[in-house]
Design a protein around this ligand. Structure first.
Ligand code: 13P
Length: 288
């Protein structure tokens, strides 16, 4: 059964580790992540962006697929199904479809509007027993070929959003989605410490987990980060393994063109990436 992400993240914050949020794109992704979490006895969060939601034909399809897998694969570790960077309307759709958690990303609105919309969604989610993440300070990333540096959140604005009763908070600390440019100055631990000071025990979320050096991940966890989002790294691992298979001409040997064979190396590569991250984040064995 899907569970909200609040309890697993409260435990992670208290235990000084982080739970991985891994974005899913299709059946292979979902299966790879769930099997790895089960094998390592780790809690896990499956993230779905609105774009990936559309790609997989809609939120109801995803809920059906994930619930089916939890049962058929005998998954017993805590799993949350979470909307990633949702719009107000997207959150409502996921609440309706049977997700167990949503993120409302109001970071592009003026703070008063972010507060208003977040507060409405907190009420709706909590009535349904779901968890909700909010965001302050936009996470940068590549848009039309231009890589924007991540913003640093204003700690007072973080407090305003935290006080609405959100279950965990994404605060921009110079992190960005996708690969980090060579001149990236690193995470702003000053901002992270200032945010933590204002929001107390609230679990914090680090987006843009791809490519952040291990020492910075560990420091971020020690300063209150309890959820780390990873997407691009699984995509790169999948693409590299698939490319190798094709370049070695394996799709041309026997029934190597069978999608169950063609997609297998990529699926294994996702598993290896997820395992590496769970070990780094310290969540292995925490679901025992
Ligand atoms: P990356 O694609 O950089 O790993 O970021 C993932 C993310 O933050 C999803 O919300």
């Amino acid at each position: 059964m899907l569970v909200p992400a609040k309890e697993m993240l409260d435990k992670a914050r208290a235990g000084k580790y982080a739970v991985g949020h891994f974005n899913i794109n299709n059946l292979e992704w979902t299966k790879a992540i769930l099997q790895t979490a089960q094998e390592l006895k780790s809690p896990v969060i499956l993230g779905v962006s609105e774009g990936a939601g559309k790609y997989m034909t809609g939120y109801k399809t995803i809920v059906g697929m994930v619930n089916g897998m939890l049962e058929e694969l005998n998954i017993t570790v805590p799993v949350a199904l979470h909307l990633d960077h949702g719009s107000y309307e997207g959150c409502l759709k996921c609440i309706e479809a049977g997700f167990s958690s949503v993120m409302f990303d109001g970071s592009h609105y003026p703070i008063a509007e972010n507060v208003e919309k977040t507060s409405e969604l907190v009420k709706i989610c909590h009535e349904k027993g779901m968890s909700i993440e909010a965001e302050v300070g936009a996470i940068g990333g590549e848009e039309d070929g231009v890589v924007g540096m991540g913003e640093c959140a204003d700690p007072n604005e973080c407090k305003a959003i935290a006080d609405l009763g959100v279950d965990f908070l994404a605060a921009g600390i110079g992190n960005i989605h996708g690969k980090y440019p060579a001149n990236w100055p690193g995470l702003s631990f000053e901002t992270l410490a200032a945010v933590k000071e204002k929001v107390g025990e609230l679990p914090l979320v680090l987006h843009g987990g791809t490519g952040i050096p291990a020492d910075q991940i560990k420091k971020a966890i020690s300063l209150g980060v309890s959820k780390i989002n990873v997407n691009t790294e699984c995509q790169i691992a999948f693409a590299e393994a698939t490319r190798k298979y094709i370049e070695e001409g394996k799709d041309l040997q026997g029934k190597g063109f069978d999608p169950r064979k063609l997609l297998a190396p990529g699926t294994e590569a996702i598993k290896a990436t997820v395992k590496e991250k769970m070990e780094l984040f310290g969540s292995v064995g925490k679901a025992e």
